[in-house]
Design a binder for this molecule. Sequence first.
Ligand SMILES: C[S@@+](CC[C@H](N)C(=O)[O-])C[C@H]1O[C@@H](n2cnc3c(N)ncnc32)[C@H](O)[C@@H]1O
Ligand SMILES: [Zn+2]
Length: 187
Amino acid sequence: MAKEKNKNKIKKSKKRKFFGLDKNGNPPEFPYVLATSSTIHNRGLFAAKDIPKDAYIIQYLGQKISKTNSAQIGLNQFESSQFTNEGSVYIFDLDDKHDLDGNFDWNIARLANHSCNPNCEAQDIEGEIWFVALSKIAEGDELTFDYGYALEHWKDHPCQCRSKNCIGFIVRSEDRKQLKKIMKVSA
Ligand SMILES: C[S@@+](CC[C@H](N)C(=O)[O-])C[C@H]1O[C@@H](n2cnc3c(N)ncnc32)[C@H](O)[C@@H]1O
Ligand SMILES: [Zn+2]
């Protein structure tokens, strides 16, 4: 009986641990990356050393939340960002029902900016989100991925990535041709 109680206690305390920290409360280390100021927006993620193509660079850490809760959490993050220079919302789209709330200091993957010509891709590896190198990346280069935003709210997301193929707004690559047409018509 006493043993059973003990087991339950251990299970509960495991659940209370913050996502991504080890049993001593330390965040995982990702030797390929460092965070510093970016010409795209505020802070960004950069290559701390040369990175080979296909390398698993960093995991996007976060608490798994339902889409229903995500909307309110995102709104709260957006509102508090109005008083700081931080990027507004640190929520990653996980699947049809869930998102990751990555608004933690030790989740430095949250600082990755969007580029219309990205050098990384976000991949779902058995439920974990990893940024994977699309090509060889040189030390010092900013690490970017395609945010994949839908066309619908394009005007809300101006893009400063300065890539040759950038059309000035953050939308997923499949929708860029369509947006070019829309912009031509409304010019
Ligand atoms: C998840 S944050 C990225 C980290 C952010 N740079 C920071 O310092 O917190 C996302 C926000 O960064 C900004 N951002 C990211 N990529 C951008 C881009 N290509 N052009 C303009 N702003 C960008 C937008 O404000 C976006 O809402
Ligand atoms: Zn761009």
